[in-house]
Design a binder for this molecule. Structure first.
Ligand SMILES: Cc1cc2nc3c(=O)[nH]c(=O)nc-3n(C[C@H](O)[C@H](O)[C@H](O)COP(=O)(O)O)c2cc1C
Ligand code: SF4
Length: 403
């Protein structure tokens, strides 16, 4: 029988796209697009991942439109970023790796100082806790006309991404962002056909998927990153996620990435390991937010100790339910974990922190059965997103510096 690790390092297909192996760098927003402009440092980080051997990288947070950004230091899909994206794609391809872009919309959760609308819009009215100190304290509800406009915006953005050379698009269906605000009963209180039961709550996301597919065509790889559970009272459950996966498959998705949690309410569920709170408090410039975080810290940043392959039990249920591709994510830092995940029949593995710590992880894990990288899941990298230089591994700060 083939060793599952060999299967990982053999070429793999994703809707006609050949990846040299099944390891994909996860979307980890790097904070290296200050003012909405791609930096050389961002391109270098991804290029380094390509040199280290990943099959594909994922450029995080490609906002569908200007007001789809959480803050003004993110890129949005328009002609102004074409040259930068084309350069990133070309440099990645020169390493032999493919490039996916994570297409997202912040919906009702924004602290964008350049926000153009009156207020961020999601499924229902509410408080925009992230925007409290940025003059955006309230979130509004999208009208049905505005829903149709946003669906079209998502479709056009995906078409733009294909036109700059991305090999695949990963649509963000999870982590409390725009689409998942509709999916979660915790944030979707609508009484029209976009709210209520799961079929209705999935309607917006599936309409986005349909519009995206119409723009990119049938033979272009589309992935969806979902939250298998929001991990909050009144949110989605793993039972819901199994049905969500089936609906995505019926909607024509090529692969589902099985994550969990929400950035806004329960971020530690998706990260695991040390709390983000101390680092975020230390790096926060606004004193009011520092105090706020100290007050809500323990409730928001719940304790979830790190374990290798921590989403395996939930992700297995998705694997069992659908025939389309399924991508495992969450806590893969050793060759042994790669073996475990591959032997369970997953098609791809996304890796975040393991690659931030060691961009050469693919090559090393292929060579050594006892490979174990030294990321200690301190999560400090994730607290550096909003700092002037963006993320790096605090244990290996020179990882992405050009030779
Ligand atoms: C610095 C950092 C930034 C992240 N940014 C994003 C993001 O922009 N979009 C996203 O879906 N997940 C994001 N994540 C979550 C990762 O994609 C991934 O789900 C998580 O780190 C667990 O995988 P890992 O154990 O391999 O790190 C981020 C993680 C880190 C460490
Ligand atoms: S800063 Fe480094 S060691 Fe800490 S979680 Fe990030 S990659 Fe791992």
């Amino acid at each position: 029988m083939t060793d599952p690790v060999d299967r990982c390092f053999a070429p793999a297909q994703l809707n006609g796209l050949t990846l040299r192996n099944r390891l994909i760098k996860a979307a980890t927003f790097e904070g290296k697009t200050k003012g909405g402009v791609l930096s050389e440092e961002l391109i270098r980080l991804h290029e380094r991942m390509g040199e280290g051997g990943v099959g594909m990288t994922t450029l995080a947070y490609c906002a569908a439109e200007a007001d789809g950004r959480i803050n003004e230091d993110m890129i949005y899909m328009h002609e102004g970023v074409r040259a930068g994206l084309e350069a990133l794609v070309a440099r990645m391809h020169a390493t032999g790796a493919k490039v996916s872009g994570q297409l997202g919309h912040c919906g009702n959760f924004s602290k964008n100082r350049e926000f153009q609308g009156k207020r961020p819009l999601g499924p229902s009215r509410g408080i925009n806790s992230l925007g409290l100190a940025y003059g955006l304290p309230f979130a509004g509800a999208l009208s049905q006309t505005q829903i149709r406009e946003r669906v079209a915006v998502m479709g056009r953005a995906a078409g733009f991404m294909k036109s700059v050379g991305f090999d695949a698009v990963e649509v963000h269906f999870g982590h409390g962002y725009g689409i998942s605000q509709f999916i979660s009963p915790r944030t979707n209180k609508r009484t029209d056909e976009y709210g209520g039961g799961l079929t209705n709550r999935m309607r917006f996301g599936l309409e986005c998927l349909e519009a995206i597919r119409a723009e990119v065509g049938d033979d272009f790889p589309l992935l969806a990153k979902i939250s298998m559970t929001d991990g909050v009272r009144g949110g989605t459950s793993v039972d819901d996620a199994v049905e969500i996966a089936a609906m995505l498959e019926a909607g024509g998705i090529d692969a589902i990435i099985c994550s969990g949690g929400t950035s806004s309410m329960n971020p530690m569920l998706l990260f695991r390991g040390d709390s983000l709170a101390p680092g975020l408090i230390e790096n926060e410039e606004k004193w009011i937010l520092k105090i706020g975080m100290k007050l809500v810290g323990e409730r928001m940043f719940r304790e979830y100790p790190y374990e290798e392959a921590y989403f395996l039990d939930e992700a297995r249920r998705i694997r069992e339910r659908v025939q389309c591709g399924v991508c495992y994510i969450g806590g893969v830092c050793t060759t042994e974990s790669i073996r475990t995940v591959m032997s369970e029949g997953f098609d791809f593995i996304q890796i975040g922190r393991g690659l931030i710590f060691d961009p050469d992880m693919p090559k090393r894990a292929q060579e050594r059965a006892d490979y174990r990288n030294g990321c200690d899941h301190c999560n400090r990298c994730a607290t550096l997103i909003d700092t002037p230089d963006g993320i790096s591994c605090v244990l290996r700060p020179d990882n992405f510096v050009s030779a």
